[in-house]
Design a protein. Structure first.
Length: 90
């Protein structure tokens, strides 16, 4: 098997392409909004669960070198780190 080297941006771009071009129509329903979807950026294979952990482990078990991307269904971002912080240098 040939190794494929992708940047994080390439993995995200490919996974989002799969999501926008087929997966979204299948998974965006009331039962799945807010759940995590994990997408194999090479094959488009995916799984859904509450946190994404179980699905990621399952996909990695099936294909250890899988390039996985996780996102929250129905939202633009999976995780948001917020809050203003100021740093005072004295």
């Amino acid at each position: 098997m040939q190794a494929i080297f992708w940047t994080g941006e390439e993995v995200a771009q490919r996974a989002k392409h799969f999501y926008e071009n087929g997966i979204r129509q299948q998974v965006e329903c009331n039962d799945n909004i807010g759940k995590m979807i994990v997408i194999d950026a090479e094959t488009g294979e995916y799984g859904i669960d509450q946190t994404g952990v179980e699905t990621a482990l399952k996909l990695k078990h099936q294909k250890p070198n899988a390039r996985l991307f996780t996102m929250r269904i129905g939202y633009d971002v999976a995780v948001s780190f917020g809050g203003a912080s100021e740093r005072t240098v004295k």
